[in-house]
Design a protein. Structure first.
Length: 367
């Protein structure tokens, strides 16, 4: 099998409502979809959707530029030799793991189709036919966040993430307390700062809420800030945005800065890198999610397939953007949330066959 062409699409993803975090409010995003075409007639699909230009250094124009630098150098290679494909991408361009992730995901999709197996089977096997997910409650008034928390429990979610930061710390504390009052036994809560809290406010919030079982997800912007406060907080700290590759994950574990992780598949480089992180976390008994920043059915399916292989005692759920997106790429097989869980697509590869009419014409073609 050889790559004969790589097509790049840009897909408009309007957000249902407004998705508010500590540093930004999102109403519309653009996803970059990669199509790998082979001489056998098989095609594979990957996707990367940066969460706007200020959430992290990744952005749509950067993804396009990186793929345009890499793609011509991959034509003629066997895309199912995924390790060698990733080495070729690294030889073609330093960094830009998020852009390479789209190609890596497409390669796993192709490998599954070539061997007639699901991606989760190629990754070691699924632990069931569905995975748990969780709901992220956007920044709003404490009363509104508590209302949404009660509603999402009724819909079957067993883990909730409340967005904090970007407002007076007293509002965050009030929101956490109001949510804790409506949580049922067995519900899990994460307070996610998305790097929007100072070290001072993180300590203040944690000590004021020390009686509430929860985790703090990426409250501060850097690893150094986390190191400064780690011994002063009353809750476990999960790292998210700072973990942009396998090396940072290893370092944060060695330095005892992480009690767990909120992991994004495309941020770390794709399914291949996420598999490595999964195994490192299992070796150290560290819980983690398998998420992505945003995106459509392709990214959602990648998260679900990887999440299905995580040891259940360590799995914190697979977050997908489906509740905030009106349309599916694959109307029949696109991942959907039902009673707090997502069924694993059953077809080979990712199990997603996107409707190319949804994408329009490629914005770039190589090969």
């Amino acid at each position: 099998m050889k790559l004969t062409a790589i097509n790049v699409y840009e897909v408009d993803l309007p957000v249902v409502g407004t998705y508010r975090m500590s540093m930004t409010a999102i109403t519309r995003l653009t996803s970059v979809v990669v199509e790998l075409v082979t001489d056998t007639g098989l095609v594979g699909y990957g996707e990367v959707c940066p969460l706007g230009p200020i959430y992290q250094p990744q952005h749509v124009l950067g993804a396009r530029a990186a793929i345009e630098e890499i793609a011509p150098k991959l034509i003629g290679r066997d895309p199912t030799e995924i390790l060698q494909l990733n080495r070729a991408m690294d030889a073609a361009l330093n960094g830009s793991r998020y852009a390479k992730a789209a190609i890596d995901i497409a390669a796993w999709d192709l490998a599954g189709k070539r061997y007639n197996r699901r991606v989760c089977d190629l990754l070691g096997g699924a632990v069931g036919d569905s995975v748990s997910t969780y709901y992220a409650i956007a920044v709003a008034s404490p009363e509104e966040q508590a209302r949404v928390a009660a509603e999402k429990q009724e819909q079957g979610f067993r883990r909730l993430q409340i967005k904090v930061g970007g407002r007076d710390i007293e509002d965050d504390i009030e929101a956490i307390r109001k949510i804790s009052e409506v949580l049922r036994p067995g519900m899990r809560l994460a307070a996610d700062g998305n790097r929007g809290l100072t070290g001072r406010d993180t300590v203040f919030l944690s000590q004021r809420c020390r009686d509430i079982p929860m985790i703090l997800e990426q409250p501060c912007s850097t690893l150094d800030e986390i190191a400064n406060i780690k011994g002063q907080v009353c809750h476990p700290i999960y790292l998210d945005e700072v973990t942009d590759d396998v090396n940072v994950v290893v370092r944060s574990i060695a330095d005892r800065l992480a009690d767990g992780f909120g992991m994004k598949v495309t941020r770390v480089g794709g399914i291949s890198a996420m598999r490595t992180i999964r195994d490192i976390c299992e070796a150290r008994s560290l819980p983690h999610t398998v998420d992505d920043n945003w995106g459509g059915d392709i990214i959602a399916a990648a998260c679900v397939h990887v999440g299905a292989t995580v040891a259940p005692k360590l799995f914190e759920g697979a977050w997908i953007a489906s509740p905030y997106i009106e349309h599916h790429y694959d109307v029949e097989n696109g991942p959907r949330i039902e009673n707090g869980r997502i069924k694993i697509p059953t077809g080979p590869g990712l199990g997603i066959t996107p409707d190319l009419k949804r994408f329009g014409s490629p914005v770039a073609t190589f090969g």
